[in-house]
Design a protein around this ligand. Structure first.
Ligand SMILES: [Zn+2]
Length: 79
């Protein structure tokens, strides 16, 4: 596969992932008035991030934690 095709696929995958998160959370507005917690950002290593706990699978499975860095606005999830 040519290199640029690989890159395009990678970019597409990242964008889809981001969209998936936005769909679950409802976009930027969802982060208004949420709590902050002490956690290290994987991108800039800042020590605080906003967090939300959301049940995205069946009710008997553990909820997924979503984080958004206070400093660089990077988003990630756990669970
Ligand atoms: Zn960060």
């Amino acid at each position: 596969m040519p290199l640029h095709a690989c890159l395009l696929q990678l970019i597409k995958r990242v964008q889809l992932k981001r969209k998936e998160v936005d769909d679950v959370l409802g976009g930027e507005e969802a982060w208004a008035n949420v709590q902050k917690t002490d956690v290290t950002c994987p991108k800039c290593t800042y020590h605080q991030a906003y967090f939300m706990e959301i049940q995205i699978r069946s009710a008997d499975e553990p909820a997924t934690l979503f984080f958004k860095c206070v400093q660089c606005a990077a988003q990630w999830r756990e669970g």
